[in-house]
Design a protein around this ligand. Structure first.
Ligand SMILES: [Zn+2]
Length: 75
C-alpha cells in the first residue's frame, strides 16, 4: 500500500488580495464574496429584484396560448 501523495497542493488564496465589495468597497468576505458581508449581498440582491431583474419578466406570454382552453371541453 502506497501512501497517497499530496499531488494536488491546496490552493490558498493570497491574503489581502480579495476583491473589494462592489457596494461599499470594503474587502470582500470569503463567505459572502464578492461582498464584504451578508448585508451587502442582500442589498445587491434587493436591487436586482427592484431593478433590472424585473425587466426580464416584462415579456408577456403569447396570447395564442390562452385559446387552447377550448380544447378542454372536448375531453
Ligand atoms: Zn460591503
Amino acid at each position: 500500500m502506497s501512501k497517497p501523495q499530496d499531488g494536488q497542493a491546496k490552493v490558498v488564496p493570497p491574503a489581502g488580495k480579495k476583491k473589494p465589495c462592489p457596494l461599499c468597497g470594503k474587502p470582500g468576505d470569503d463567505v459572502c464574496r464578492p461582498f464584504c458581508s451578508k448585508r451587502c449581498a442582500d442589498l445587491d440582491l434587493g436591487r436586482w429584484f427592484k431593478g433590472d431583474y424585473r425587466v426580464a419578466t416584462e415579456e408577456r406570454p403569447s396570447e395564442g396560448d390562452f385559446e387552447d382552453d377550448d380544447d378542454l371541453d372536448n375531453i
